[in-house]
Design a protein around this ligand. Structure first.
Ligand code: 6CS
Length: 351
């Protein structure tokens, strides 16, 4: 069955109309106005997702919606826009930057062309292997604060990082060593740093939006792709690939961002509700991605459509060695800020 790809440009046009026609809500920046409180509320915050319904980001956004409604006593409502309703990841970042949406997910795999420092999460063999350590690193306020200025320079405020699980590799063959990547057309997210990580293995990366991956695999325009398990299952990539290789080389990290000006202009109590909600949901984010990744791996294996290959330490070490020069490319693009971030994460990982 040929799937109809999501057509983000059509959806985006529709949404621009929808956004301009749905402004019972004050425009971003108007929310500190002198309107009587009873007229001003309820306010709706728009939250754009890079993933479809049922995904890690969607589960998070639904929990966020419910939590913020609770802590604000119904004064804040949240409109969640799953992937496909507004545009590609890069377009969502633009919508957050220009204030058309208030909140969005922005994955460094796409965002690194806009915020080069965020490309650190595209480096392989960087994150701590132990889940608890990875979690603590991503929640470390010092890490968030080091990223704040690079995000702000582009008009975004970084609210936090959300883990989505280990990236896995799918192809029509096992990928046990860099030799297996020679000439492999692997789809990566759209930033150059995301592609560099696979160029270092000898692959020919193809940088495309998420919505295009299924049909490109089906039509054999690409040979493989990389994503966490939950995403492979929900986007049906396992239908058009034979083998899933687990190398534990990199971790999928998404950032939650808001429009910087909107964030600055929020009345204090609304800003507090927002920050509290992100902090309160950190545990939920961690647990929901673990559960979703585990359940979907089991269901794909049970269905029998895809073979799972786990790399051993020796195999992983060959990839680690091949991945190291990519750190220099990251530093070329990020200078001293990137150097400080890399040092921070390295010290965290190998104290
Ligand atoms: O591969 C991608 O482009 C996407 N993958 C996931 C799991 N989330 C968002 C991102 O855009």
């Amino acid at each position: 069955m040929i799937k109809t790809p999501i057509r983000p440009w059509l959806a985006l046009a529709a949404c621009s109309l929808m956004l301009s026609g749905c402004s019972d809500d004050p425009a971003p920046g108007d929310q500190g106005s002198l309107q009587p409180i009873s007229e001003k509320y309820p306010i709706t915050w728009r939250f754009a997702l890079e993933e479809i319904e049922g995904s890690v980001q969607h589960q998070y956004a639904e929990a966020f919606r419910s939590h913020i409604e609770d802590i604000s006593d119904g004064l804040i409502e949240v409109d969640v826009f799953p992937y496909g309703s507004l545009g590609t990841s890069t377009q969502l970042t633009e919508l957050a930057r220009n204030g058309s949406v208030n909140l969005a997910f922005a994955s460094p795999g796409h965002l690194a062309d806009t915020v080069p420092e965020s490309g650190i999460f595209n480096l392989h063999f960087l994150m701590p292997e132990q889940p608890e350590a990875a979690r603590q690193l991503l929640e470390d306020p010092e890490l968030i604060s080091q990223f704040q200025q690079p995000y702000q320079q582009t008009g975004l405020h970084l609210l936090g990082f959300i883990p989505e699980g280990w990236m896995t590799w799918t192809a029509n063959q096992p990928l046990r060593s860099p030799d297996d990547f020679q000439g492999l057309r692997i789809r990566t997210m759209t930033s150059n740093m995301a592609a560099e990580a696979y160029r270092a293995y000898g692959a020919e990366p193809v940088q495309t939006p998420y919505s295009q991956v299924y049909s490109d695999l089906q039509l054999r325009k690409i040979d493989g792709q990389t994503n966490p398990v939950f995403a492979i299952e929900e986007m049906d990539f396992h239908e058009v690939q034979t083998t899933l290789t687990m190398a534990r080389a990199s971790y999928f990290v998404a950032s939650i961002v808001s429009n910087q000006q909107w964030y600055n202009d929020l009345p204090d109590r609304e800003r507090t509700w927002l920050n509290d909600a992100v902090r309160d949901l950190a545990g939920f984010a961690w647990e929901s991605q673990e559960t979703l990744n585990q359940q979907r791996l089991e269901s794909m294996v049970e269905a029998g459509g895809i073979q799972v290959v786990l790399l051993d330490d020796e195999e992983r070490e060959r990839f680690r060695q091949a991945s190291l020069p990519v750190r220099d490319k990251y530093l070329e693009q990020t200078g001293e800020t990137g150097m400080a971030l890399l040092k921070f994460v390295d010290e965290w990982t190998q104290p």
